[in-house]
Ligand binder design. Structure first.
Ligand code: TXA
Ligand code: MG
Length: 349
């Protein structure tokens, strides 16, 4: 079914490579999907005004059709077409963090593709902090609907090669702008109530948001796996490596002990760790996802690390945990999803 020729366009500098930017923008204008880098992860973009274009995103990713998309804009004027109303607190957040890894949810204006916001009267909008993404959206002259450019359920892509691995033959074009920076997706904040609600932790931390608009709440589902999340996408399994993945709430000695037990039973075992502990473990595959002392490096490398396990042959993966604040909240949110909430605790057999 998927026999598209996937063209990879390398763009180092959108000003010098403006012909290539125009080539990708023309595909967007003709309702094709184009993968492109943002500062968080690669997005899979399409014309947000067109059902035909947006449906191609869902098809290429194998994404459940009830999961709404974030609409990407390149300038403040574009918000007028999307949001019925921009509350004061949202305005303050836009001033403080746009362009940047923050998605805001507004009451929706008519005119957008229904497929992008299935059954909702709200719309999620963000302005990415990436010169290439901004140049592409500007050149297309359209609001661009874009989820992360991975196959549904897989870790989000932070390089064009990750996108190619998942979507080669399924989309017409990948714009390769090198590695993304932040590495985890944007923070999603619902601004339709008086006290804004964080639906998904991400690149902008709760602490940073509260410094600008005072206290915000969090979707209870973020802390209680049995609640139904308000952000439809948060209910799906995500980010999972191919082998079963278990987080370990305990020491590295405990992790090594768990590894040893599995290996005694003939299994190949991987460990997801950090630079600081990398040398400690004796396992079949040890992958460091960054420096624990600098959690931003963990965020930046997390998805690549999770994908690395799929290149080796492991039957089980154990992973270290991280502090659940600052950017650590986004890291732990993604790790818990990757593990399907499976956590081994020191005092529990
Ligand atoms: O950093 C990012 O946000 C990346 C890049 C490409 O911009 N995009 C991204 O999109 O992560 P996606 O589709 O993988 O995640 C969007 C999340 C999903 O959990 C979705 O359910 C939620 O945002 N969402 C979108 N529109 C919503 C709405 N109107 N109400 C509630 N949640 C919404
Ligand atoms: Mg995603």
């Amino acid at each position: 079914m998927y026999k598209l020729k996937t063209n990879i366009i390398k763009i180092n500098n959108p000003i010098e490579n403006n012909l290539q930017v125009e080539e990708a923008a023309a595909l967007l204008r003709s309702n094709e999907v184009v993968a492109f880098p943002t500062e968080t992860v690669y997005g899979l973009g399409a014309n947000a005004r067109s059902d035909e274009a947006v449906k191609k995103i869902f098809e290429a990713k194998g994404r459940p059709s009830d999961n709404p998309l974030i609409i990407h804009i390149a300038n403040m004027e574009m918000i007028e077409e999307l949001a019925e109303h921009v509350p004061d607190k949202a305005r303050k957040l836009m001033d403080a963090f746009w362009p940047g890894p923050l998605t805001l949810i507004f009451p929706k204006k008519e005119g957008l593709s229904q497929a992008a916001t299935p059954g909702l009267d709200t719309v999620a909008v963000r302005m990415p902090d990436h010169v290439l993404a901004l140049a592409l959206i500007e050149a297309a002259g359209l609001p661009i609907a874009a989820p992360s450019a991975n196959l549904s359920g897989k870790p989000s892509p932070t390089t064009a090669q990750h996108v190619e691995k998942d979507l080669n033959g399924r989309i017409r074009c990948i714009v390769d702008g090198g590695e993304t920076g932040v590495g985890v997706e944007s923070t999603v904040v619902d601004c339709t109530s008086d006290i804004p609600v964080i639906l998904r932790p991400g690149g902008v931390t709760k602490e940073e948001i509260e410094r600008v608009i005072g206290s915000v709440s969090e979707d209870p589902a973020l802390h209680n796996a049995t609640d139904i999340p308000k952000s439809p996408g948060m209910k799906y399994t995500h980010y999972a490596p191919n082998a079963p993945f278990v987080l370990v709430d305990g020491s590295k000695e405990l992790i090594q002990q768990l590894v040893n037990e599995k290996r005694r039973n003939g299994y190949q075992v991987g460990v997801l760790t950090t630079k600081e502990n990398e040398g400690y473990y004796d396992a079949d595959m040890v992958v460091a996802c960054g420096k624990r002392q600098v959690l931003e490096t963990v965020a930046a490398n997390l998805y690549d690390a999770l994908r690395t396990f799929n290149e080796g042959k492991v039957d089980f993966i154990y992973g270290e945990m991280f502090p659940n604040n600052g950017i650590g909240s986004a890291i732990m949110n993604r790790l818990l999803k990757a593990a399907g909430n499976s956590v081994h605790r020191e005092n529990i057999e």
